[in-house]
Design a protein around this ligand. Structure first.
Ligand code: 5GP
Ligand code: MN
Length: 337
């Protein structure tokens, strides 16, 4: 972490302040883990923090300490807007551009208070007074560990903060298997477990928490999987009708995209999930090796992310979206067998 940014952040954290902490829309384990870890840390520093999520977080994160106090912008636009306008400092975590907060962006853009960004995605927008942006980190939670050490003392991290940090590291690293998992990641995780983090219990909360219906939905998704063998590509579709049939709840499709990469020889996969209410097909992209899905998401699907995990959206119908996707895949020079 850059020394001058740390000096700036320390300056911004002087005194006792009203602080808003904001994750991206559709927050995942890393977004919720990092915002809540920072929330508990700032409380210990005698600040008055509040976590404000743009929309609901999934049920499988509802056990995180502090999650009951998280405010949801899209559930109470005026109330939350008032709180944002009173904030003296804003942290934005786990995203690189204000539009990642959805319509909440319109409020954030009008705020006078300074921002601090902590994030590990490529190409950050430069709206913050202090910017911690580093794509070498596998998670924003791992950055929060270093941030707390840098602006205060690693000894401030207690079991509650450690539990939040551990959650984001586990979820963003695919349980420690993605390429950005380093020796340092494991040393941090070791320190967190030494602080009392109940790692087995957290894995159970995160991954042994499915319902019969969400498993049936997974079965449907796997049946829908298509393989484009001569392009080393697979993809899955889920229509709104299929989601409704299995009583889809937020979080039910989490992780399904990864099954597409588990097929032998496949290096690129996608999942297309219809959202009738928002009028979009939500897209998640994953790859193995040097096939850059961040670039593909930016170029074709109004999205972004990381080299091996990115997302975007399409305003076309499911059928047209798939046709567009297949056309891209069929001419991509890196996907030739
Ligand atoms: P997921 O596919 O799990 O939703 O997201 C994978 C990665 O891509 C995450 O780092 C996420 O923040 C990013 N991502 C997902 N959807 C979008 C999007 O619509 N726009 C951008 N810029 N990034 C996205
Ligand atoms: Mn993340």
């Amino acid at each position: 972490m850059e020394e001058n940014q740390i000096i700036e952040a320390k300056k911004l954290l002087q005194g006792s302040k009203k602080i808003a902490i904001i994750p991206h829309r559709n927050p995942d384990g890393d977004a919720m883990g990092s915002t809540l870890a920072l929330f508990h840390f700032l409380k210990k520093m005698n600040h008055h923090p509040v976590v404000i999520a743009p929309n609901e977080f999934p049920d499988f994160l509802a056990w995180l300490p502090g999650s009951a106090d998280v405010l949801i912008y899209e559930k109470d636009r005026n109330g939350v807007k008032n709180i944002l306008e009173q904030a003296e400092l804003i942290f934005t975590l786990d995203f690189n551009a204000l539009h990642r907060t959805g319509e909440m962006e319109n409020v954030l853009k009008t705020l006078q208070a300074p921002f601090i960004m902590i994030d590990h995605h490529q190409a950050p927008d430069l709206y913050a007074k202090a910017t911690f942006s580093d794509t070498s980190y596998g998670s924003t939670c791992e950055m929060i560990y270093d941030f707390i050490d840098a602006v205060s003392d690693v000894k401030m991290i207690d079991k509650t903060i450690a539990t939040c940090i551990y959650t984001g590291i586990v979820t963003d690293s695919g349980s420690f298997k993605f390429p950005k998992t380093t020796g340092k990641t494991h040393r941090i995780v070791a320190a967190l477990i030494d602080l009392g983090v109940e790692n087995t219990e957290i894995h159970n909360f995160l991954f042994s928490n499915t319902t019969y219906e969400s498993l049936q939905l997974l079965g449907k998704a796997l049946q829908n999987m298509k393989i484009i063998k001569d392009r080393k590509t697979s993809y899955i579709t889920l229509t709104q009708e299929e989601l409704d049939r299995f009583h889809y709840k937020k979080g039910d499709t989490e992780g399904i995209v990864n099954y597409g990469l588990s097929v032998k020889d496949v290096i690129f996969t996608a999942i297309f999930i219809e959202n009738k209410e928002e009028g979009i097909i939500k897209i998640s992209l994953r790859s193995i090796g040097d096939f850059d899905v961040n670039q593909l998401a930016r170029e074709h699907f109004e999205g972004g992310g990381h080299n091996n995990a990115a997302g975007g959206k399409s305003m076309l119908s499911m059928q047209e979206t798939i046709r567009k996707f297949e056309n891209i895949v069929n001419v991509h020079p890196k996907l030739k067998f």
